[in-house]
Design a protein around this ligand. Sequence first.
Ligand SMILES: Nc1ncnc2c1ncn2[C@@H]1O[C@H](COP(=O)(O)OP(=O)(O)OP(=O)(O)O)[C@@H](O)[C@H]1O
Ligand SMILES: [Mg+2]
Length: 261
Amino acid sequence: MSEIIAIANQKGGVGKTTTAVNLAASLAAAEKRVLLVDADPQANATIGLGFSRSDYEYNIYHVMIGRKALSEVILNTELKTLDLVPSNIGLVGIEKAFYDDTTKGKELILKKKLAEVKSNYDYIIIDSPPALGPITVNALSAAHSVIIPIQCEFYALEGLAQLLNTVKLIKKTINPKLRIKGFLPTMYSPQNNLSKQVLLDLQQHFKSKLFEDKNDACIVIPRNIKLAESPSFGKPIILYDIKSKGSVAYQHLAQSILATA
Ligand SMILES: Nc1ncnc2c1ncn2[C@@H]1O[C@H](COP(=O)(O)OP(=O)(O)OP(=O)(O)O)[C@@H](O)[C@H]1O
Ligand SMILES: [Mg+2]
């Protein structure tokens, strides 16, 4: 059975896309069949995997409004078992399309579309935008679980209560099976006291929801220049610098997810 994992946090720039792309690629490198769904109008995951506007005509927006089947927009990537549903700035139109359409069940559109292809994949990873709007609600409604990246910086935990409330509400109303798969500390700098403090706070409040490697050490994504560079080469870190600290950390995350499958 396939597992659908949403990557969400309404805070901007916390490492959602970096996590979605590199977790998806690391799972694919472990020979799992993976579909990465770019559900952000910024299309950073699409661009980060090396696609430009001229490479594809239709995207997730056309699927969500019913103009195309999901299978018609899927792109193959450089990794054999990693496929991508691309996005485009036009996805901002979804809010208006949803507002104009008065039929019920709009929260479940993505779930219905994914149902058409999910038997082809072991994992479906959804990258969501920095907002708690209709797209993120669709992602959380479609997912079995959610990974919440937390940037190890000042204000890291601000807004978290709102996100957790949204998860709770969706669980209560639309998607009773939704669970928090884990919090993922990102951009961690060991030489920075603030970074260390955020990690300590997370360990204190959410110990059971942090990912662990096979030696039971907490998985933390380090601040790593290679992770920041790889999207500009259109590659996941595993194809850009497999031995970098960032690549190793995302491989550990994938292993931890495979170990608990
Ligand atoms: N571990 C890391 N080390 C260094 N740079 C990183 C790391 N993770 C992410 N970055 C960089 O930080 C920026 C924000 O990361 P990313 O795009 O993944 O965040 P996001 O949460 O998806 O942002 P948005 O909310 O805009 O969608 C990017 O430039 C990315 O390359
Ligand atoms: Mg993003």
